[in-house]
Design a protein around this ligand. Structure first.
Ligand code: MTE
Length: 369
């Protein structure tokens, strides 16, 4: 394991701040991702907070401002557990980079997403105790880690709409898969916003503010917004484009790996699909001929409305080159867009185009090429 408790074969996009995703094969067939395998995305140096002195300030448009210790959270509120997938808005950016360059952004593969069972208290219960004023429309989260990639450099922060914040699924969490939340994932307490892009799940949270406007923090007002393809992200004004919230329907082929060599015959293709926003994954189609014909994959149960669905399909492959494609449909009958060209944007967010791998298929022993 490395210094952050991650497996040695993580694909490290940056050592400091530490940004890493698991090799995609490691996500296969695990509904809950092991902590040592769970991706991690950090904009600044990882802070080490003392849980005994940590306090959560609850302020803004509330009747009663509060300062809560970890013991207060444990003792004064009901404990809740939610299985939720976190997905970074930059997941699968590598596919957009193949279309056109995106300077200064990490080439995340399909591993910037993972699923855990999170335990803590409902943010709504804490806000209810404070008494939220009717004018509050957003809830902002503030953390102490300094992000030098922000303009100007600033501590990390974000916000979500009040309606989402009052949902029973949004947690202030201190456990992950039944274990204490690791430092790199936000100890002692992080926000978990199921169904929303990972950027809204603020780690090392120290302040929760009910307010009329979205957070003015760089990561809400400027980054993690979808800009049109011709926008210049360096000159785009804060507030331009639109803020990313619910995760767009997505899927990825995890096995076999792109570029691998397989023997002709029945080959199992497997991966994940995630609908985000509390919708369900209804169907996953898999093609062995580049999208000409399709078969429907077998889907595992969806562990919660907030979790991905794993899938697998066996397809017969003939010797030669095979283009394997997968696409998901959600319960609102939305389907993923076909090509990364259609979703390219200057910060490289939300590549939810069809997942594609190309395989070299060799003849089985005794079979003619
Ligand atoms: N919270 C803080 N304080 N600082 C950060 O850099 N990164 C965000 C979010 N919360 C971040 C943060 C982003 S972009 C993502 S995708 C998720 O944390 C990643 O969570 P993880 O590292 O636990 O996987």
């Amino acid at each position: 394991m490395d210094a952050w408790g991650k497996r040695r074969d993580m694909v490290v996009h940056e050592p400091d701040p530490y940004n890493a995703e698991p090799p995609q094969d490691a996500l296969t067939d695990q509904v809950l991702t092991d902590i040592d395998t769970f991706y991690t995305r950090n904009h600044g140096a990882v802070p080490r907070l003392d849980p005994t002195t940590w306090r959560l300030r609850v302020d803004g448009l509330v009747d009663r401002q509060m300062e809560l210790s970890l013991d207060d959270l444990h003792d004064r509120f009901d404990r809740r557990t939610v299985v939720a997938t976190l997905q970074c808005a930059g997941n699968r950016r590598a596919g957009l980079l193949a279309v056109r360059d995106i300077p200064g952004e990490h080439p995340w593969g399909p591993g910037a997403t993972s699923t855990a069972e999170w335990t803590g208290v409902a943010l709504a219960d804490v806000l209810d105790t404070g008494g939220v004023a009717a004018e509050a429309r957003h809830v902002a989260f503030a953390a102490p880690d300094m992000a030098h990639d922000a303009e100007p450099p600033q501590a990390y922060g974000s916000s979500i709409e009040i309606d989402k914040a009052m949902g029973a699924e949004v947690l202030l969490a201190w456990q992950m898969n039944g274990a204490p939340l690791p430092t790199v994932h936000g100890a002692p307490v992080r926000v978990v916003v199921p169904g929303y892009i990972g950027a809204r799940s603020v780690k090392w949270v120290q302040r929760v503010t009910a307010q009329a406007e979205p957070s003015a923090n760089y990561f809400q007002a400027t980054a993690y917004r979808l800009q049109p393809a011709d926008a210049d992200p360096h000159t785009a004004a804060p507030g331009s484009g639109f803020a990313l919230g619910p995760v767009a329907l997505n899927c990825a082929i995890l096995r076999p790996d792109d570029g691998s060599v397989v023997v002709a015959g029945p080959t199992q293709v497997s991966g994940y699909a995630f609908a985000g926003g509390g919708r369900g994954v209804a169907r996953v189609d898999v093609s062995g001929d580049g999208g000409v014909t399709w078969a429907q994959a077998d889907l595992d149960e969806q562990a919660s409305p907030w979790a991905w669905r794993l899938w697998r399909q066996t397809i017969a492959l003939q010797p030669g080159r095979a283009g394997i494609v997968a696409r998901a449909w959600d319960t609102a009958a939305a389907v993923q867009p076909e090509s990364p060209e259609h979703v390219w944007n200057p910060k490289g967010y939300v590549n939810n185009s069809w997942s594609r791998v190309v395989l070299t298929v060799t003849a089985a022993p005794g079979q003619q090429d």
